[in-house]
Design a protein around this ligand. Structure first.
Ligand code: NAD
Ligand code: DAU
Length: 354
């Protein structure tokens, strides 16, 4: 088996579904079911014996140790984290607790288990740290894309917490020999992404007649990757990656935020025209910028492409269409994600009209 953390979140749920669609090796999925988790994302696995879902915290060493000894996984795919930059600016504490202290606790539980394995199983064991391009900081326009050699210069509390977690993993590899690998991925989009993030926020705000908030001048650049391409990269790095190495994962699809909002509006105008006529573009509003907003991310994924034969397969145009269609056809998932505490976040971040 493999153990996945954060498998009820956006990338985690997509990864679990992708993994089980490609092989029969089972998954123990540990998720604390925080605000961004959604069990509905995994509903198609109900009754599937290959998927063991455990509602729990990675920082709970008693629970995690018991799971490791019961299921004896050959690998840990560590995705669990607080993941939203704006929330990390609003309140950094959960980012320190979950992303840094949580990763430390998980590393210690896994180290104890791993050190007790027979030597051949120790060598075959893998920890895969799912990290982000945000640890590298921000790029000037025209600067070459981030390679794995770029130093860590995180700018937000979220990015700093992820960089700290990466450094812990690096140290556990160098000091104790834990066979660890790290992936650093650019902005993901696709089905099951919590609607605090830019693309699903735009889709759902557009449909409910709300403003489409663009921070600052909207000329910040992100390198968008369809989530399925990220999941495939994780599988490939787990199987063939070099222990101790870091692999960048990116879509080679840089877009300004204004280009993204424009593309979402064009698709919605085609798929679900506004009842009162006119384009969804009329709902675009420039709002106050994010403090410390990173201007540009761009990923050089050459190492992953050259060494492991990975390449993104889904273009931004086709991935965005699939994504918009998914949100239009999954009202139950959407209503679960947007009910409850989500409204409080929207009111705090965007004001009562947001
Ligand atoms: P998400 O917020 O949608 O999901 C995170 C999941 O982790 C949630 O289900 C949450 O309940 C769970 N979790 C958080 N703390 C936990 C804890 N202490 N114990 C158990 N479960 C816990 O995030 P996502 O977008 O799916 O991101 C997943 C991972 O990928 C994160 O590590 C993130 O930093 C990284 N990443 C995300 C992106 C992106 O564009 N979304 C890009 C690169 C890397
Ligand atoms: O680059 C990888 C990272 O991508 C991941 O590590 C993070 O977990 C993930 O959240 C994402 O971070 P970003 O801050 O880039 O994503 P977000 O969707 O929050 O914002 C994308 C861009 O859109 C960013 O430049 C901010 C802008 N934005 C976002 C929101 C929510 C707006 O203009 N308006 C908004 O309301």
């Amino acid at each position: 088996m493999i153990l996945v953390t954060g498998g009820a979140g956006f990338i985690g749920a997509n990864f679990v579904l992708d993994w089980l669609a490609h092989n029969d090796e089972g998954i123990v999925n540990v998720d604390k079911l925080g605000y961004a988790a959604n069990r509905q994302s995994l509903a198609t696995l109900d009754g599937d014996p290959r998927h063991v879902f455990v509602h729990g915290d990675i920082a709970d060493r008693v629970l995690v140790s018991a799971l490791l000894h019961e299921y004896r996984p050959r690998a840990v795919i560590h995705l669990a984290a607080e993941s939203h930059v704006d929330r990390s600016i609003d309140d950094p504490s959960p980012f320190i607790d979950n992303n840094i202290v949580g990763t430390f606790a998980l590393l210690e539980s896994v180290r104890a288990y791993w050190q007790g394995l027979p030597v051949d199983q120790q060598a075959a064991f893998r920890w895969l740290q799912v990290s982000t391009d945000e640890v590298y900081g921000s790029l000037d326009a025209g600067a070459p894309a981030f390679t794995e050699a770029h130093r860590c210069e995180p700018n937000s509390p979220y990015a700093a917490s992820k960089a700290a977690a990466d450094h812990l993993v690096r140290a556990w590899h160098h000091t104790y020999g834990l066979p660890a690998l790290t992936t650093r991925c650019s902005n993901n989009y696709g089905p099951c992404q919590f609607p605090e993030k830019f693309i699903p926020l735009l889709i759902l705000n557009a449909l409910s007649g709300k403003p489409l908030p663009v921070y600052g001048d909207g000329l910040q650049v992100r390198d968008w990757l369809y989530v399925g391409d990220h999941c495939r990269a994780i599988r490939m790095v787990l199987e063939a990656g070099e222990v101790g190495a870091t692999y960048n994962v990116g879509g080679c699809d840089e877009k300004t935020n204004l280009a993204v909002v424009e593309a979402v509006c064009v698709l919605l105008d085609e798929l679900l025209p506004r009842a009162g006529g006119g384009s969804y573009r009329e709902q675009i509003e420039h709002v106050a910028d994010r403090p410390g907003h990173d201007r540009r991310y761009a990923i050089d994924a050459g190492l992953l492409c050259d060494r492991l034969g990975w390449a993104p397969q889904v273009s931004f145009d086709s991935g965005l269409r699939k994504t918009v269609e998914w949100y239009l056809t999954n009202p139950v998932w959407v209503s679960q994600a947007t009910s409850g505490a989500y409204a409080n976040w929207v009111a705090r971040q965007y004001g009562s009209g947001g």
